[in-house]
Design a protein around this ligand. Structure first.
Ligand code: BG6
Length: 482
């Protein structure tokens, strides 16, 4: 088991939802597994005036509610004294001075600063840490959550402010999809085997689909979602990262620089085609679920998209001419995220057949049932040659009988280890904004209504039409956990 060196982990916005739902449960699991050093300290920072004990009791409640395994009192008793609270604002200098003296008492050389706060505070926090000299005291790391800006210009401005205070090597930008096991397994599948990579190109691949479907609506985040919509919320980041992982060239080594250099290279070659044909959808009520326009905090005439289906192309030697279709939506059938590589049919099939053989495909499933399935054609037993599809299925939990760590456990541990491979670099984020800006600009300057879809379906019919125009159709993801 990996054990990270001792550090002080500072959570800005410790009184918020992200800390309670994700960060504290992930830190507790790392503690349970012995991956977090026994001398590591956790400092919560927030505007409200809590005592150390207030923080401890809130975090204990959070663990009982959102923790991953059984709540273990003995483990908690061991961790709780290492939690302390520091009160301060995000603007100004005072809070950061207080934090600096708080950290001096804990006497660690490595400080991780995690911004679990609204995005509007990111620049003040970076500047505040800089003004208190905490940006370069010992080994300082700045961990930041998306959204990184709301468009290309604001992302550049945010990066510039961060990089005025920190070197790029100190910055850890989170896209939690990169830490999902299947996302990491894309590199293992492609680069630790020889049977996949030779066909992983435009000569053999017909097209690629990336789907991220969610059954829930916007869950009380009307204000945020009205500003963001599906493209800013998940397409600009999670979906483009998954597409990039499928498309990148093999890195020379699996380290932060090599992996991210390759991703940037492929992102630079990526663009949305037929921007006007992208499908921007919005859910309407069905089976008692409310429609998007009836959600709290949403304008009753809102055009905001809760669903998008977009065609990407990658103009490079490997992928020229291969469409990458990406789609995501709220209030779809189920929680299903997957990547499907569709192969071309063979140039010549020497058998007599009534129906032509189906195309081979590889499904990389993130949710549910993390794993990989390969569909191919096989002979049906009996006289003569008759073909049907068969499949080879790999399920993580059956094969390895080990718990898959939550993405945040992986990310927090990597940040403690100083490994930024699964985090995004400034140039990646900016390339991703460049890719989606034409979609956003076209949609936001148009006047048309979104493509409405009933909640509990796979999205608007227009998205099916988009693929049907080239004789293709969307893959039906697995919907039930096994
Ligand atoms: C977040 C989005 O980044 O990812 C949410 O803001 C979305 O809208 C979530 O629901 C999905 O993450 P996961 O890990 O549950 O698939």
């Amino acid at each position: 088991m990996v054990k990270a060196p001792a550090c002080t982990f500072v959570i800005f916005g410790v009184s918020g939802d992200l800390a309670a739902r994700k960060l504290i449960p992930a830190l507790f699991e790392l503690h349970r597994e012995g991956a977090m050093h026994e001398a590591t300290q956790i400092v919560g920072y927030a505007r409200r005036e809590w005592s150390d004990d207030d923080l401890r009791s809130r975090m204990r409640d959070a663990l009982i509610k959102y923790g991953h395994g059984e709540f273990d009192q003995a483990l908690w008793d061991d961790l709780a004294p290492r939690l302390s609270f520091c009160h301060g604002d995000y603007d100004g200098h005072e809070g950061y001075q207080a934090l600096a003296s708080h950290l001096s008492k804990l006497a660690h050389d490595t400080h991780l600063f995690y911004t679990a706060t609204p995005p509007s505070t990111y620049e003040s926090i970076a500047n505040g840490l800089g003004s208190a000299g905490l940006n370069h005291r010992g080994d300082a790391r700045f961990i930041i959550e998306k959204p990184f800006g709301t468009d290309l210009d604001s992302a550049k401005a945010l990066n510039a402010t961060i990089l005025k205070n920190f070197d790029e090597e100190q910055v850890y930008r989170i896209d939690h999809y990169l830490a999902k096991e299947t996302a990491q397994n894309i590199a293992a599948l492609r680069f630790a085997n020889t049977i996949f990579e030779p066909t992983w190109n435009s000569q053999y691949v017909d097209h690629v689909q990336v789907t991220m479907a969610e059954p829930m609506g916007i869950e009380g985040r009307g204000g945020f979602y009205e500003q963001a919509g599906v493209v800013r919320d998940v397409v600009q980041n999670h979906l483009l990262q998954l597409a990039a992982l499928v498309a990148t060239e093999p890195p020379a080594s699996y380290d932060a620089k090599s992996v991210r250099d390759e991703k940037v290279k492929v992102l630079r070659a990526m663009h949305c085609v037929q921007v006007g044909d992208a499908v921007m959808g919005q859910y309407i009520s069905s089976n008692g679920d409310s429609s998007y326009r009836d959600e709290e905090g949403v304008d009753s005439r809102s055009r905001q998209a809760t669903y998008a289906a977009i065609e990407l192309r990658i103009d490079n030697w490997r992928w020229a001419g291969v469409p990458f279709y990406i789609r995501s939506g709220k209030r779809l059938v189920s929680k299903s995220s997957e990547i499907v590589i569709y192969y071309k049919t063979p140039p010549h099939v020497p058998f007599q057949f009534r129906k032509p053989p189906r195309e081979d495909r590889i499904v990389l499933r993130l949710v549910p049932n993390e794993g990989i399935s390969i569909r191919y054609n096989a002979k049906v037993p009996g006289q003569g040659i008759s073909l049907n599809t068969a499949s080879m299925d790999f399920y993580y939990n059956e094969q390895f009988k080990r718990r898959n760590p939550d993405a945040y456990e992986t990310l927090l541990l990597d940040a403690m280890m100083g490994d930024a491979t699964l985090f995004m670099r400034a140039d990646e984020v900016e390339e991703q904004w460049r890719i989606v800006m034409p979609i956003l600009n076209t949609w936001e300057n148009a006047n048309e209504e979104p493509a409405f879809y009933e909640s509990g379906t796979w999205g608007p019919e227009e998205a099916d039409d988009m693929l049907a125009r080239s004789g293709r159709r969307w893959h039906a993801p697995q919907t039930e956990s096994r």
